[in-house]
Design a binder for this molecule. Structure first.
Ligand SMILES: [Zn+2]
Length: 244
């Protein structure tokens, strides 16, 4: 048997799916994961439980809707393809029907800035798209609209979708969308959450650009996400982190 193309990347897709299960943000086989390749992308096959998924069940596709191999891609391949096609900053996509994000999506609620972590979606809210039938171009179109200027959205009467600069980042974002959906849900049960204003969110969003980054990873003009601490020891002579 010839060696599978992108074997390592296929394994990473499966590992991401298994982590999605571990985190409890996937329901059955409804979630799906994709990652960009040199020519197109890899996506989970349709209907195969993650614990049974082997590298050959990860389907290679191109950006014209073509696929390779004997397994059909996930029914939601269009949404994955359209994000990777239209959003060059996206390298991986995670779609799930996680409970609280889906509950809000069924209520067609946008999530407002009731908590500063709303910034993980790239803006001051996480929008909910209109409803369109699963697997259709119509769904992909309403999703792209809700995703404008954002890296995640809720899908009306369906679930949520998030992208990232790699698989780990996309999975992290989908997990955060579920967490903030749960928190918004809980806040709504107890009363009317106080909404943060634009000024409060502007500074948060500036700092979020470097969220999780260390000083050596910052670009010029980037605001450091961590405020305040002063380094007391002398940094070691600058040894480049990256190999030449
Ligand atoms: Zn779905």
């Amino acid at each position: 048997m010839s060696k599978l193309k992108y074997l390592d990347l296929r394994k990473q897709v499966i590992a991401t799916c298994l982590k999605m299960n571990e985190e409890g943000i996937n329901q059955g086989t409804s979630g799906n994961v994709s990652v960009r390749t040199d020519e197109g992308f890899l996506i989970t096959a349709s209907g195969i439980p993650y614990h049974k998924m082997k590298p050959e069940h990860v389907v290679e596709m191109d950006f014209d809707g073509g696929y390779y191999g004997s397994y059909l891609p996930s029914t939601e391949w269009r949404m994955h393809m359209d994000i990777l096609k239209h959003r060059p900053e996206a390298n991986a996509v995670v779609h799930t029907h996680s409970i609280y994000a889906t509950a809000l999506a069924c209520l067609r609620k946008d999530i407002p800035p009731f908590h500063y972590m709303i910034g993980i979606g790239g803006g001051t809210d996480i929008r909910c798209s209109d409803y369109a039938e699963y697997g259709t171009q119509a769904l992909s179109d309403v999703m792209l609209k809700a995703m404008e200027g954002r890296s995640a959205c809720l899908l009306g009467n369906h679930g949520q979708i998030a992208f990232g600069y790699n698989l780990e980042n996309a999975l992290w974002r989908a997990g955060e969308v579920e967490a903030i959906s749960h928190q918004y849900w809980a806040s709504l049960q107890a009363g009317k959450p106080v909404i943060l204003n634009d000024a409060q969110m502007t500074t948060v969003l500036a700092r979020f650009k470097t969220y999780g980054k260390q000083p050596e990873d910052l670009g010029t003009g980037d605001a450091l996400s961590v405020i305040g601490p002063e380094r007391r020891d002398e940094p070691k002579k600058t040894k480049k982190k990256h190999k030449k």
